[in-house]
Design a protein around this ligand. Structure first.
Ligand code: SF4
Ligand code: SF4
Length: 340
């Protein structure tokens, strides 16, 4: 079974982000320091063009890409120059402290070829980003890029956040106190359609409306997500991350076209298990080989189970696929603990 040629995805310029949200699939936050090198970025963009004639679109992201604006601008320029279809830049808007700052940056990006922007808004982002900045970023983006080119993910949270505060960040505990565990859990998990991978299951799993024991996922493999999705994320270290599987690397990219052509999932022991048997198979492997116990533990989704097992296996230090290592060290949020 070959790797389906990629056609879309994200380029993570860094894992660095001032927010460190509890739902972050890539466990981003302020402890991360590194940024993608310009040489690697250019090489990657050339590789994307070479690998597929059918690229639907890529987005630029972090972490928070605006924290290194020069690199972000360079990335937009290079996408334009090399003809890589750039869908949008994704941002948490924390940098947009006032209208003038927004205009200055957006104009530069537009001149470099940016056509669209995705602005995040949710209770998770609102823990660190005052709504006022988000609204300013939306207003500026509509002015510079045109209202039809601004994706607000997700609009429906704006009014709810505004009820708490427009000026200040809002601790997630306030939502839980106001709505109660059940309604807040449903709002977070169903309302935001949380992906239970990365930090989400670890931090927010206890609030999920439905939770299951490991054997519930026994019939779910990850063939579609790992080999067949065609959607991929590249991290600043060059890791090829299938779909949204933060912390799982199919390898480090040097020559993308050659990588995709010669990739054989059977050479990566954990990826092989995930493709053929899914995270429950990975749990059984970790139990038999390394003594992992998950008695009485319940999971919000198969990716939650997967991350829990991978976190355990990462401690053995023997599996190259569990990368970057710091992903596993940053799975716990640095925000104040939630009241369970
Ligand atoms: S989800 Fe939050 S922590 Fe993750 S990159 Fe986005 S803003 Fe940063
Ligand atoms: S269970 Fe693991 S490998 Fe499968 S899609 Fe989720 S994170 Fe990816």
């Amino acid at each position: 079974m070959k790797l389906k040629p990629l056609d879309s995805g994200g380029i993570m310029l860094s894992y660095r982000c001032q927010s460190g949200c509890r739902h972050c699939v890539y466990a981003c936050g302020s402890k991360w320091q590194d940024w993608m090198s310009r040489d690697f970025l250019e090489n990657l963009l050339r590789g994307l063009k070479e690998t597929s004639e059918n690229l639907k679109g890529f987005h630029l992201a972090g972490g928070e890409a605006f924290l290194n604006f020069d690199l972000l601008l360079f990335a937009v320029e290079k996408c334009t120059e090399l003809g890589v279809p750039l869908e949008y830049v994704e941002t948490n808007a924390g940098w947009c402290v006032d209208y003038a700052t927004g205009v200055e940056k957006l104009k530069l990006l537009k001149d470099a070829g940016l056509r669209s922007i995705l602005i995040s808004v949710s209770p998770f982002h609102a823990e660190t980003i005052p709504l006022k900045r988000t609204l300013t970023a939306i207003r500026v983006s509509e002015k510079i890029l045109g209202a039809g080119n601004v994706i607000v993910y997700m609009w429906q949270f704006i009014d709810l956040i505004d009820r708490f505060s427009r000026e200040k960040p809002i601790p997630l505990n306030n939502w839980i106190k106001t709505f109660g565990n059940e309604a807040a859990g449903s709002l977070f998990w169903d309302g935001y359609a949380l992906i239970p991978g990365g930090r989400a299951g670890v931090e927010l799993g206890f609030l999920a409306p439905s939770k299951y024991p490991p054997e519930h996922f026994a019939r779910e493999n990850c063939l579609r997500e790992i080999l067949l999705s065609g959607h991929v994320h590249f991290d600043p270290y060059g890791h090829y991350i299938p779909l949204f599987c933060g912390g799982l690397s199919l390898g480090k990219i040097e020559d993308l076209a050659a990588f995709v052509k010669t990739f054989d999932y059977r050479k990566l022991p954990l990826v092989k298990i995930l493709v053929e048997e899914g995270p429950y198979g990975l749990f059984i492997f970790a139990q038999n080989e390394f003594g992992l116990e998950l008695e009485n533990k319940f999971f919000a989704g198969k990716c939650h189970l997967c991350v829990e097992v991978r976190r355990f296996l990462a401690q053995t230090g023997v599996f190259e696929e569990l990368a970057p290592k710091a992903f596993y060290e940053n799975l716990r949020s640095t925000l104040p603990p939630l009241e369970e």
